[in-house]
Design a protein around this ligand. Structure first.
Ligand SMILES: NC(=O)c1ccc[n+]([C@@H]2O[C@H](COP(=O)([O-])OP(=O)(O)OC[C@H]3O[C@@H](n4cnc5c(N)ncnc54)[C@H](O)[C@@H]3O)[C@@H](O)[C@H]2O)c1
Length: 333
């Protein structure tokens, strides 16, 4: 396959979908064959990106197209399964936004369908394409912080409050995906607690606790009811610590040579100055789209493939179940 064999369509031109359209227009130009949103008003926003992008308010034009072989789906989560299923059945490679689907059985069906049709199924876990996350993984693999012990992720903002999903579904897929990637394994237990202040039964803040075989522990704190944006990932090992602070203006990735050595029965602290870790300055969404393109053209398995996304969904479901159970159990004075 060559570049001209990659013919891209995009379904969904809402808040995030327009980022996909803008990025794909810059990366692929004419290979971006058609974009669609069932709301005709989205056309005005697409025109502002470029007058040469073709728009339709009939998504089936992309689904039925004989010309388009690869499609990005950036519509609301509840539509992912049906759209991705139709596209795979029509022989198209799919990059669907996170979460892959709302139900595990649907996600399993998509994974099986992509396998059967020998098509690419990739999910938009965009942080796996962030150069700082890739660098962090490289450092862990090289033993920079020794044995991995604890990870926590704060994803907090005074941000968009969604009505169709709680903060766990909106934000935590990113953190679960990164923790999966860094640990390379699935947790053996997941528990979560949360609180709803703005809308009934839609949690604004949740804390999810994960523990893994081999003694690694992690927690994820997400909220859209927080005075400022904070995206901080802290990774603790027995020889040092790494912090990735995506919300920081600069020096986002830092190594802290801190920890404790055991001397006989005593714990001795080591505590050095942090070192800024350099990494590529590439845009994660562009890297994600380029990865999709390469996987299609070179017939490679995506990093955030359907199986990775299915594991993320399994963990999300376990957290959701625990959240609802703990909510019901909480007694009041
Ligand atoms: N990877 C990330 O960092 C990230 C960030 C934000 C959102 N997202 C994901 O992107 C997806 C879209 O989120 P959003 O914030 O853009 O939502 P949005 O509500 O702003 O936009 C969704 C768009 O899809 C359109 N749409 C709905 N059904 C359609 C259909 N059947 N065919 C064509 N168009 C259809 C709507 O008209 C709307 O314009 C969600 O799955 C969300 O989880 C991912």
């Amino acid at each position: 396959m060559t570049k001209s064999d990659f013919r891209l369509g995009i379904l969904g031109c809402g808040k995030w979908g327009l980022n996909h359209v803008r990025t794909a227009n810059e990366l692929f130009g004419v290979e971006l064959a058609l974009v669609a949103d069932r709301n005709p008003l989205a056309a005005d926003k697409v025109v502002q990106i470029s007058r040469s992008i073709k728009f339709t308010s009939h998504p089936e034009e992309i689904i039925e197209s004989r010309d388009i072989n690869s499609v990005i789906v950036a519509t609301p989560a509840e539509t992912h399964f049906e759209l991705a299923r139709k596209l795979l059945q029509k022989g198209k490679n799919v990059l669907v936004e996170k979460p892959i689907t709302l139900e595990l059985s649907d996600a399993r069906q998509l994974v099986a369908l992509a396998d059967e049709k020998k098509l690419k199924l990739m999910v938009g876990h965009v942080l796996l394409y962030h150069p700082a996350v890739l660098k962090l993984k490289e450092l862990l693999t090289a033993g920079k912080i020794g044995k991995l012990q604890y990870i926590y992720s704060n994803r907090l903002n005074f941000g968009t409050v969604r009505t169709e999903e709680n903060i766990l579904w909106s934000f935590a897929p990113h953190d679960i995906s990164i923790i999966q990637y860094l640990t390379g394994s699935k947790p053996e237990s997941v528990s979560a607690k949360g609180a709803s202040f703005l809308q009934e039964n839609i949690e604004d803040s949740t804390i999810t606790y994960l523990s893994f075989l081999g003694g690694i522990h992690a927690h994820i704190f997400v909220s859209w009811l927080h005075p400022f944006k904070e995206q901080r990932l802290v990774v603790i090992g027995d020889k040092g610590m790494i912090v990735f602070e995506d919300s920081a203006p600069k020096d986002k990735l830092r190594f802290y040579p801190k920890g404790f050595n055991r001397n006989g029965g005593r714990l001795e602290k080591f505590d050095g100055d942090f070192e800024v870790i350099r990494h590529d300055d590439k845009q994660p969404l562009a890297e994600e789209q380029l990865h999709f393109y390469k996987c299609v053209i070179e017939n490679k398995q995506p990093l955030s493939d359907g199986k990775h996304a299915l594991e993320v969904l399994e963990i999300l479901k376990m957290a959701e179940r625990s959240l609802k159970e703990s909510g019901e159990r909480n007694s009041k004075f």
